[in-house]
Structure formats: C-alpha cells, structure tokens
Design a protein around this ligand. Structure first.
Ligand SMILES: *Cc1c(COP(=O)(O)O)cnc(C)c1O
Length: 429
C-alpha cells in the first residue's frame, strides 16, 4: 500500500495492515511473548540480526510493528517503534544518539515530564542540556551549541504553553551544526502537522494523548524520516556509524541504511532497557488511530469556538490558542497547522489564585484531570499540578506563567462545553 498516494484518512484506517484471504479484518492482538522456530540455526540468525523475524516481544511483536508502521505512514517516515510511554519515546529518541559526554540543545517551553527527563535524569547520565527560548534570535540560539552537541529537541505545539515551533528555522539551525532535529508531535499529531515535510528528522509521540484518544492506554512512538545522513557526521554518531560489539561488530548504517536509527533503538535500547508497549495497548492505540483524522478536525473546530468565547469574557485575563486571529503564534499556525493546531489552549482568569480555584471547582462537565488531549474536556493548573516539582525560577525558564490554566477540548458538543465554562466563571465571581 503506497503511503504517498493515499489520503491521510485512508492511511489511518488501512496503513500497516493488509489481511490476506480468511485473515482477521481487524488488526489482531498477537498476545505472545515468544515465537516458535524449527532449528537452532534459524534462531541464531535472528539474534545476529542476519534475518528479520520475531523471537521475543521485548524487542519486537507483530501487533506493535503493524501499529508502528501505521504511524510511520501517517508521518511520512521510513520506520517507527512503539514504546511503553511518551517518556520512554523521548528518552530513547535522545539516548539512541547521545551518550555520556554529549550535549543537547532543547527549546525551553516543553512538557514538564520531558523537562525533568532532560534537566535532571539525563544530566545524571552525563548528558548536558542547554535550554533556549524557541523564539530567540538565531544568533542567540547559535550560542547554545557546543562541539559535543548531538541533537536539537523541541515540540511542534508545546505542552502546556501551546507555542508553535518554527520547524523550518529550527531544522536549518540543527543541520548547520550537523545534528538532527527531534520534535515531539504529540499535540497536532500527523493529521494536523507533519514535521518531516518541514525538515525535522525524527518525530516522537506520547500516543497516550490524541492517538489513543480515549484515555485507555499509556504509550509512545518514535518515527524516523530516514533523511538524516549519519555517515556525513560519523564522528558525532559512533553508535550508528562504527561497529557494535554487542552485535558481533555490526555497523548499523552499513547494514540497515535508512533503517539504522530505528534498528539500533530496537535491537540495543529495547533489548537493554525494555520499555516495550504491550500488544494489548497497541491494539487499543490502533482503534484510536482509525478515527484520528475525524477527531483532530473536530477538537480543533470546537477549541476555536471555545477560545473565541473565552477571549471576550470579562473574567478572562488572556487566552493563548494559535488558531485565534491575533494570537502571537497565529502566523506560524497558518504556515504549519492550517487545518487547526489541536484542541488544547492555555488561559488565565482575572482575580488571582482564589478565583481560579473557585472557577475550576465550579465546573461540572469539564473535569480537573492530569490528562490532556483525549475525548473528555478537561483542565489543569500546571503550577499546582504537573509542574509542581519546578521552582518559580524553573517555571519561568520553562515559560510557564503561574496563572496558566491548560484547557483540553474533547468531543462533547462545543455548546455544552461553553455553557459549563460560562456558569463556572459566573459562580467564581
Ligand atoms: C504527555 C506527554 C509526554 C509524556 O508522555 P507519557 O505517555 O505520559 O509518558 C511527552 N510529551 C508531550 C508533549 C506530552 O503531552
């Protein structure tokens, strides 16, 4: 099935799985840890990466691979790998090409969990990270790079700041320094933005969010565009371009070409760190993917209606939503996300912390949840919830206003969402 000729909705339904005669119409769950072989030689060749095939689900499973192939087809990539969570996806995406002594340039306004991963846990592994404002002038961004920089990390639409990344600009800067741009595309999903079309090299997802879309299973995904020329910068990426002693001296770029990055992540990182998604969760994820194109348009349309209502409300201080005309990121949204940015917006109410708490506690249909980006409309106050481990200084560094409330629009009728927000704003007076 050609991923280039088929529309994105068709790919949501069909890519990665084409059953033959008498085979299940729905992608089946292969709920098996191991796979049977006839001879010791057959098994040995799998362990040497000489033959492709399944032997242990920690490394690969047919259900996971089909779902990963579907996501790769949606993003326009050459290969993908599912992980147990979005956190695992971002960790593996970085650690696959950046080891102790390496350095990462990351935009500052990113998901709190990723900020901790980069600023705290990777630092413990000997990897340094410099955070920069994604909208800083190029000369200032340039200053963050070092000889040991191995990658640039960012989010297409940041969580929770909903800032839109100038993907083309950041890809150019990364490539000028001989390193790939990795972007977390969780919020727009490939339905609304395909970062590879703008020069990004690797895309990550928390599939827990819109892709699953029903609050069912935690999961992640890494997709490789196959476009980054590792060999042109072989000195920076010895893990891909020089022999791997744990696979009898095999060199990933030589043996696997464009599949080198995902093959190494699977064969080495999954083998050693073991963060596979369960086939059962991959099955649920696939059900979500099959309606992703319908849901992403709907949440964006509803979010624009809600944002328009909130923007003009006398109790609302500000609303950040890139689809709104006049928003600081509207021009970038028009360029990169013309069909809508996602269903998430940020807002602040007037009247300080007390008003905000009364407003949130007065909601009925809209619930307070850590989650975001699924079928239920929900909200959260990052400074008291997801980002409460961060100091005020770190909050400022991460670009998070202490007043910011993250509102995620679900699949309910927008009139009902607006009515609930209106009555809670009224009650908080
Ligand atoms: C939720 C989220 C993550 C982390 O994903 P988990 O599946 O919760 O581990 C990473 N990036 C973004 C943008 C997210 O919203």
């Amino acid at each position: 099935m050609s991923k280039k000729t088929l529309g994105i909705g068709t790919r949501c339904v069909h890519a990665g799985y084409a059953p033959g005669k008498g085979e299940p119409r729905q992608m089946p769950i292969i709920q098996s840890t191991t796979f049977k072989y006839e001879t010791s030689e057959q098994m040995g060749r799998l362990f040497d990466l000489e033959d492709a095939g399944y032997f242990y689900t920690r490394l690969q499973n047919p259900t996971n691979d089909r779902v990963a192939a579907r996501i790769a087809a949606l993003e326009g990539g050459v290969a993908a790998m599912l992980t147990s969570s979005g956190q695992a996806a971002n960790f593996f995406a970085c650690f696959n090409i950046c080891e102790a002594g390496g350095h990462i340039v990351s935009t500052a306004s990113i998901y709190g969990g990723t900020f901790n991963l980069l600023a705290v846990s990777l630092r413990k592994l000997g990897i340094e990270v410099s955070f920069v404002d994604q909208d800083a002038p190029e000369a200032e961004i340039e200053k963050a790079f070092r000889p040991e920089t191995r990658l640039v990390f960012s989010e297409t639409v940041s969580n929770p700041g909903v800032k839109v990344l100038d993907v083309e600009k950041w890809a150019e800067i990364a490539h000028r320094h001989g390193v790939p741009l990795i972007v977390d595309n969780t919020f727009p999903t490939p339905i609304l933005c395909r970062p590879f079309e703008w020069g990004a090299d690797i895309v990550t997802h928390s599939t827990t969010k819109y892709m699953d879309g029903h609050g069912t299973g935690v999961g992640g995904c890494i997709v490789d565009s196959g476009n980054f020329d590792w060999n042109a910068h072989a000195d920076k990426f010895p893990g891909l371009c020089t022999p791997d002693p744990s696979y009898h001296g095999l060199t990933y770029t030589k043996k696997f070409g464009k599949l080198a990055y995902i093959t190494k992540a699977t064969a080495q990182l999954m083998r050693d760190f073991g963060s596979i998604q369960s086939p059962q969760n991959a099955f649920y994820l696939n059900l979500g993917l099959q309606t992703l194109h319908l849901r992403m348009r709907r949440v964006s349309e509803s979010a624009l209606q809600v944002a328009t209502f909130l923007k003009d409300h006398p109790s609302v201080q500000w609303v950040h939503y890139a689809d709104l005309e006049g928003d600081a990121y509207h021009a970038l949204q028009q360029k990169y996300l013309p069909d809508g940015s996602c269903g998430v917006m940020a807002l602040a109410v007037k009247g300080g912390r007390a008003f905000a708490e009364k407003f949130m506690d007065s909601l009925g249909l809209v619930t307070i949840e850590t989650h975001v980006a699924d079928c239920y409309t929900c909200l959260l106050h990052p400074a008291s919830h997801t980002h409460r481990q961060l100091s005020d200084a770190q909050l400022a560094e991460a670009g998070i206003d202490p007043d910011l409330i993250r509102l995620s629009i679900g699949l309910e009728d927008p009139e009902d969402i607006i009515a609930d927000l209106a009555q809670a704003l009224e009650k908080a007076q």
